[in-house]
Design a protein around this ligand. Structure first.
Ligand code: T3D
Length: 269
């Protein structure tokens, strides 16, 4: 059964983000389908609130982020950008804190890219831990098409995923690529046929939600450090992380289950 959480607004005020909970999995749905779920002030505010709700709820052990309608997210709402605004300030006040909050989640985060992901929408997908693409999904570094540079983490994540040369090409040409091409480049973990979309996304998320969540959080936290650490530093980080994992209930359960020749039941503790 799907349970709706607090971010749903009451009365006639439509929320730009819907947050649903199904078992251990939360689904954050960006909900401005007429604008292909472009970011405006309301979406930023509701998205942040939804992330805070997810963070507070220790029963949630995987988060799926997706879009309502035919798009994932089309980046900044171009009909809502006043002239002569300091975009640097906008990024510092809205996109950057949103990204930092998302990245601080110690549960697996899955971008279920149901349609086009453009500009900051593409960046948002890149900031997630996993990307599942609907067979009709597409990706475009649209920033250059309106005379801007990639932001919201694209300049960081894209070269790490596809290498400098391809990242530069995508950012400078601003051409749309298909889900299949995104998979070939290593941007996407899996392309899912339309008929299996909802079910496969949920199965993927549930599988992750049943794993030892604390260990996943530690893997996320420490693997990120590998990009700017020496081998010696990484060996020490591994020792630190393994110390924490070794004291977890899920580790004890993993050992017990192995010895008893049964499937482990991890509790995320
Ligand atoms: O500003 C700052 O704070 C700095 C931060 C910037 C971050 C950024 O994200 S910059 C990049 C912004 N995004 C874009 O430039 C993408 C613009 N959109 C497109 O290029 C295309 O719409 C898509 C490739 C995403 C999809 O194309 P298509 O052909 O499937 O759909 P469409 O017909 O272009 O769009 C459908 C409707 O959505 C249309 O409205 P209408 O004509 O039906 O009333 C279109 O105007 C609207 N829409 C799509 N994207 C946006 C949008 N409206 C506002 N803002 C959008 N980003």
């Amino acid at each position: 059964m799907s349970v709706q959480m607090k971010t749903q607004k009451s009365g006639d005020q439509m929320s730009t983000v819907l947050l649903e909970k199904e078992g251990k999995v939360a689904r954050l749905i960006m909900n401005r389908p007429d604008k292909l779920n472009a970011f405006n002030k309301d979406l930023h505010r509701d998205f942040m609130e939804a992330l805070q709700n997810v963070k507070k709820d220790s029963n949630i052990r995987a988060l799926v982020i997706t879009g309502a309608g035919r798009a994932f997210n089309s980046g900044q709402d171009l009909s809502d950008t006043p002239e002569n605004m300091d975009y640097g300030e906008i990024l510092r006040k809205t996109y950057n804190p949103l990204l930092e909050n998302l990245l601080s989640l110690e549960i697996p985060v899955i971008a279920a890219v149901n349609g086009v992901a453009a500009g900051a929408g593409f960046s948002l997908a890149l900031a997630c831990d996993f990307r599942l693409a609907h067979e009709k999904a597409s990706f475009v570094q649209a920033f250059i098409n309106v005379g801007l540079v990639p932001d919201s983490g694209s300049l960081y994540f894209l070269p790490r995923l596809v290498g400098y040369a391809k990242a530069l090409e995508l950012a400078v040409l601003g051409e749309k690529i298909s889900a299949k091409e995104a998979y070939r480049l290593g941007i996407v973990n899996k392309v899912i046929p339309a008929e299996n979309w909802e079910q496969e996304v949920m199965t993927f998320a549930e599988n992750l939600a049943n794993k030892p969540t604390k260990a996943i959080g530690l893997i996320k936290r420490y693997m990120k450090l590998s990009f700017h650490s020496t081998l010696s530093e990484m060996l020490e980080y591994e020792a630190m992380a393994q110390r924490i994992a070794g004291f977890s209930e899920d580790h004890q359960e993993g050992i017990r289950a192995f010895l008893e020749k049964r499937k482990p039941e991890f509790k995320g503790k």
